[in-house]
Design a protein around this ligand. Structure first.
Ligand code: LLP
Length: 457
């Protein structure tokens, strides 16, 4: 994928103005600098410092509504279960929950977050390849609407757990359709060799077995082939196979009420258009319409990615070698421990100066890096950026999905602060939704055994 990994060499580097023009929630104000949904990002950085995540509630709402509208327009009656893993902040879950989103969760922690944010158990599905007995027990006790089972082994465990608890688990079998979504290898999930789901050939017999197991009620099928998918062909191929399976199961006298169509719709990380929910709805409709199925989708990235940015400040610009041909490094105060996507997937993220003056100065190529002691701590290579003085600020774009949730404290760097933009926040237009982690919190849970406490210093 051109824009998923590095940009292809023959694609022109997007200019700062192109990056802004491609995003309806961004604009550049001559005095106030970069605005997100009308709020100056400089004001957020002034209040909270950097690095700081910013997530926009109006963008979250607009994207949720666009997705729901596309599904409605296609006459699918499909319900959106937001994939909580993309951004699990309670405030984000509340915004999406208030819009009507259910949740797709993959751990007890995510389930508890969704419940804390007010999402009803009947609106929650539980996915994942390795749910523990404790997690299954908790999910059953909460009475969630569906557990997506990923293996014969898990089905047996769930049957035992449900029977012991005197409950019946509503189960969808997650089928691996053996379709290559053409995305980055680390986030491709629907090929036969990936760890996810039940082999297509085994699904029908396992469904029949599920119907006979105590504590299990099979209600349908689930499929999810990967993430950051921009072509509809793999979706169509996967849904066609699922539709065939539905017919096979029904022909065998089994009841199939629902299909969970998964997530994975991609976004435009540079200046290209992202995935279109109407096209996804069309791909679902092509195979799964008119089968009398209750349909659902599990988008994560598409809903939240473009709603967030990571604000960072320039620590210094470092030049190596002669000024004409040497290297130029823009060293930021944000690093791979904050946003790991470039290091982990060679992902492209747009980088835009917050100052309108900086944004129009002549740009030259620079590597944009963080302070962590690894060469992989690189946000961009050969990126066209104007000269940036120490203290100049930038926004790293499309950081709302798989950003803060994947942060670590590597190099003893505290987790960054976070703000939410929302007109309801009052005149400033934003509210702090996570304090910057304190350094003391980094070691607060660590225990130094008594026998190590004497003898030093
Ligand atoms: N449903 C299931 C079962 C999933 O495993 C995932 C994502 C989703 C839904 C939501 O997918 P989305 O709509 O967000 O593409 N950390 C990687 C992405 C990992 C995706 C994992 N599963 C990244 O930063 O690109």
């Amino acid at each position: 994928m051109a824009t998923y990994t590095a940009r292809l060499a023959d694609l022109p580097e997007p200019e700062i103005a192109d990056l802004i023009a491609a995003r309806p929630n961004l604009s550049m104000h001559a005095m106030d600098g970069l605005l997100m949904d009308g709020v100056p990002l400089n004001a957020v950085a002034d209040a909270l410092g950097t690095p700081t995540w910013v997530i926009s509630a109006p963008t979250l709402r607009a994207r949720y509504q666009a997705m729901a509208h596309a599904l409605d327009q296609a006459g699918l009656g499909a319900h959106v279960h937001y994939a909580v893993k993309a951004n699990d902040h309670l405030a984000v879950l509340r915004v999406l929950g208030a819009e009507g989103a259910g949740a797709d969760v993959v751990s007890e922690g995510e389930l508890r977050r969704a419940r804390l944010a007010g999402i009803a158990p009947t609106n929650i599905v539980f996915s994942g390849v390795g749910k523990t007995v404790a997690e299954l027990r908790h999910a059953l006790a909460e009475g969630i609407s569906q557990i997506n089972v990923e293996s014969a082994e898990e089905l047996d465990i769930l049957s035992a757990v449900a029977s012991a608890a005197g409950r019946t688990a509503r189960v969808a079998l997650r089928v691996n359709p053996d379709v290559d979504a053409g995305t980055h290898a680390k986030i491709s999930t629907g090929r036969a060799r990936d760890k996810f789901g039940i082999a297509y050939e085994d699904a029908a017999s396992l469904y029949a077995r599920a119907a006979a197991l105590p504590g299990i009620r099979p209600v349908g099928l689930a499929v999810h082939i990967g993430s950051q998918i921009l072509s509809m062909a793999p979706y169509r191929a996967a849904y066609a196979r699922i539709a065939d399976l539905v017919q096979t199961l029904r022909a065998a006298g089994l009841t199939v009420e629902s299909v969970d169509c998964g997530g994975g719709l991609g976004i435009g990380y540079a200046d290209e258009p992202g995935g279109n929910p109407a096209s996804l709805a069309g791909a679902i409709r092509a195979s799964l319409h008119n089968l009398g199925l209750k349909l659902m989708v599990e988008p994560g990235r598409w809903l939240v990615g473009p709603a967030g940015v990571l604000l960072a400040s320039v620590v210094l610009e470092k030049r190596v070698g002669d000024p004409a041909n040497g290297s130029r490094f823009v060293v930021l105060d944000a690093a791979m421990n904050d946003l790991i996507r470039p290091a982990m997937y060679d992902a492209f993220h747009g980088i835009v100066p917050l100052s309108a003056v900086d944004a129009v100065r002549p740009a030259g190529a620079a590597d944009v890096v963080g302070p962590v002691c690894e060469s992989g701590d690189t946000f961009a290579r050969g990126r066209l950026l104007p000269p940036l003085a120490a203290g100049a600020r930038v926004a790293i774009l499309d950081a709302g999905a798989y950003g803060a949730v994947m942060s670590s404290t590597y190099n003893a760097r505290p987790l960054a602060a976070e703000a939410m933009l929302d007109p309801s926040a009052g005149p400033s237009g934003f509210a702090v939704i996570r304090e910057r982690q304190k350094l003391e919190d980094l070691w607060a849970a660590e225990i130094v055994p008594d026998w190590l406490k004497s003898g030093i210093g």
